[in-house]
Design a binder for this molecule. Structure first.
Ligand SMILES: Nc1ncnc2c1ncn2[C@@H]1O[C@H](COP(=O)(O)OP(=O)(O)O)[C@@H](O)[C@H]1O
Ligand SMILES: [Mg+2]
Length: 458
C-alpha cells in the first residue's frame, strides 16, 4: 500500500519505465496492471481497452487473479462496471456488496462465502476526453476498503496506462497504414503496368495512323518513277521494233523498201532512256528499302548499335513527299558514332518531328537537320522556321491526344509516343520555340546505356 508521496513517485517512475519498454503487448500491460494492483494492496484487477475495430466494445486485455477465460472477453461500452466507467469517464468506488447482474444469486453467495470482493475501484482510461478503456481492482472482504483518497491517487497512475495503451493503438494504426500503403503501392504497380501496355498500344496505333498517312505519299512517290519507266519502256519497245525491221531487211528477209531508221538518234536516245529508266527503278528500290527499314517489324525490341544520321536520312526519304512542297531541307549533318538503340522506333521519332516541322510551316519554309555528339551523348536536331509555339502550348505538346491540328491531320500522339521512345533510350527531347520564330526539337541520347537504371525504370 502506498502511504507516502515518495512511494507514489517511485511507483510512477517504475510504471514509466515499464511503459517505455512497452509496445502495448498484453504481456507488458499485464506487468503494469500487476504493478498497480500490488501497490494498492488489492487482490485482483482487470484492464479493459476499447476495441480499435469496434469502439462500442471493451476487451479485457489483462487480469490479475481473475477466473480463467475472463481475459480476452469483451464488455459492451456502458455495460457492467468497466463499461459504465469507460463510458462516463468518471471513476467509481464501490464499497460493500458487488452486484453482478449476470451472476446467479446462488453463485454470488457462494463467492462471497469464499471471500468475495468487498471493495473495488474502477478508473476510466482516457486521453484528452478520448476513451481508451478502464482499469479496476478489488480488495477482498478481509482487507480494509478503498477510500476516496485511493481513487484520487490512482488517477495519475492510470493515465500512464492509458498513454501506453494509446501508444500501442497508434503503433497498430501506423502498422495498418504501412500495410495500406504497401497495398496502394502494389495497386500502383499494377496500374503502371496497365498504363505501360496502354502506351504500347498507343504507340502501335500512332504508328498505324502515321503509316496510313505515309502510304498516300509513298504511293505518289513511287507512282512518279514507275510512270516514266513505263513510258520509257513503251518508247524502247518502238525503237526495238524499228531496229528489228532494219536487221530483218539486212538479212534479206524484209519486204518492200528498206525501213527508215535514224540510227544516230537511236544511238543517242537509247542509252539516255536506259539510264533514266534505271534511275527510276533505283528510286523505287530506294523507297522500298527505306520503307522496309522504317517499318521493320521488330516487335522483339532488339537493341542494336546504329548511326542515327542514317536513320534520319532514310526517314527523310520516306516523308519527302509530305515535306517537299512546303520546305527546303537543309542538312548540316555530322556523322555520328553508333549508339545502342531501337532503330525502327527512333525512325518513328524522326518521322514525327519531320512531319510536325513541315506541318508547322504555313506556306514555304526551311527545315534544318543538324547532328552532333560529345563524349557522353549524341544528338539530332530537327528545326523549322514555321509557326512556333507559345510557352503554354509547349507545356502540353507531349500529352497524349493533344493536337492543334484539324481532324484527320493530327492524332496528337506523335510527340507523346516520341517522348516515351526517347525515354526508353534514357535520352531526352529538348525544345526551343517561340511563336512566329519556328521550333527546334533536339533528341539527345546517351552513347552508353546505364543498364541498372534501365532495369529499375522499365
Ligand atoms: N514543329 C512544331 N512547330 C509548332 N508546333 C508543333 C511542332 N511540333 C508539334 N507541335 C504542336 O504539338 C502538337 C502535338 O504534336 P503531335 O504530338 O505530333 O501531334 P499532332 O502532330 O498529331 O498534332 C501539335 O498539334 C502542334 O500544335
Ligand atoms: Mg505530329
Amino acid at each position: 500500500m502506498i502511504g507516502a508521496n515518495s512511494a507514489v513517485l517511485s511507483l510512477v517512475e517504475e510504471l514509466h519505465e515499464l511503459s517505455r519498454a512497452s509496445d502495448g503487448e498484453s504481456r507488458s500491460l499485464q506487468a503494469m496492471l500487476s504493478h498497480i494492483v500490488r501497490s494498492f494492496g488489492a487482490q485482483s484487477g482487470s484492464l479493459a481497452v476499447i476495441d480499435r475495430l469496434q469502439p462500442e466494445q471493451l476487451r479485457i486485455v489483462a487480469g490479475i487473479d481473475l477466473p480463467p477465460g475472463v481475459v480476452g472477453q469483451t464488455v459492451a461500452l456502458g455495460a457492467g462496471v468497466l463499461g459504465k466507467v469507460a463510458q462516463s469517464g468518471e471513476p467509481m468506488l464501490i464499497n460493500g456488496e458487488l452486484k453482478r447482474s449476470d451472476d446467479a444469486a446462488g453463485k454470488d453467495r457462494e463467492e462471497r462465502a469464499k471471500g468475495a470482493p468487498r471493495s473495488a475501484i474502477c478508473w476510466p482510461l482516457a486521453i484528452k476526453n478520448r476513451r481508451v478503456g478502464a482499469l479496476s481492482m478489488n480488495r477482498l472482504a478481509d482487507a480494509p476498503p478503498f477510500t476516496d483518497d485511493d481513487v484520487a491517487r490512482g488517477r495519475s497512475l492510470v493515465t500512464l496506462v492509458a498513454l501506453v495503451v494509446d501508444n500501442a493503438n497508434l503503433h497498430t494504426e501506423q502498422q495498418d497504414r504501412i500495410e495500406r500503403l504497401s497495398q496502394l503501392n502494389e495497386e500502383m504497380r499494377l496500374m503502371n503496368a496497365q498504363l505501360q501496355s496502354t502506351q504500347a498500344q498507343l504507340m502501335q496505333s500512332e504508328k498505324m495512323a502515321s503509316i496510313g498517312q505515309l502510304a498516300a505519299g509513298v504511293a505518289h512517290e513511287i507512282n512518279n518513277p514507275v510512270g516514266y519507266v513505263y513510258s520509257n519502256l513503251g518508247t524502247l519497245q518502238g525503237y526495238v521494233g524499228e531496229l528489228l525491221g532494219v536487221v530483218r531487211h539486212l538479212r534479206g528477209k524484209g519486204v518492200g523498201d528498206a525501213p527508215q531508221c535514224d540510227v544516230d538518234f537511236l544511238e543517242q536516245d537509247i542509252p539516255e532512256l536506259m539510264s533514266e529508266t534505271r534511275e527510276g527503278l533505283d528510286r523505287v528500290k530506294k523507297i522500298v528499302q527505306d520503307l522496309k527499314d522504317f517499318s521493320r517489324v521488330d516487335t522483339s525490341d532488339e537493341w542494336e548499335h546504329a548511326n542515327l544520321v542514317k536513320g534520319l536520312e532514310s526517314t527523310l526519304n520516306i516523308v519527302q513527299n509530305e515535306i517537299k512542297y512546303k520546305a527546303a531541307v537543309v542538312k548540316q549533318l555530322t556523322p555520328l558514332p553508333e549508339v545502342p538503340c531501337l532503330p525502327t522506333q527512333l525512325n518513328q521519332v524522326f518521322m514525327n518531328l519531320l512531319v510536325n516541322a513541315a506541318q508547322a510551316i504555313p506556306d514555304k519554309g526551311t527545315i534544318t537537320l543538324r547532328s552532333g555528339f560529345d563524349e557522353r551523348t549524341v544528338w539530332i536536331e530537327v528545326g523549322d522556321d514555321g509557326c512556333g509555339m507559345s510557352a503554354e502550348l509547349q507545356g502540353r505538346i507531349f500529352e497524349p491526344f493533344y493536337t492543334t491540328k484539324p481532324v484527320g491531320k493530327g492524332t496528337g500522339l506523335g510527340l507523346s509516343v516520341s517522348y516515351s521512345i526517347v525515354r526508353k533510350h534514357q535520352g531526352q527531347i529538348e525544345l526551343q520555340s517561340a511563336p512566329g520564330k519556328g521550333s527546334t526539337f533536339r533528341v539527345v541520347l546517351p552513347r552508353v546505356r546505364a543498364e541498372q537504371a534501365e532495369k529499375t525504370h522499365d
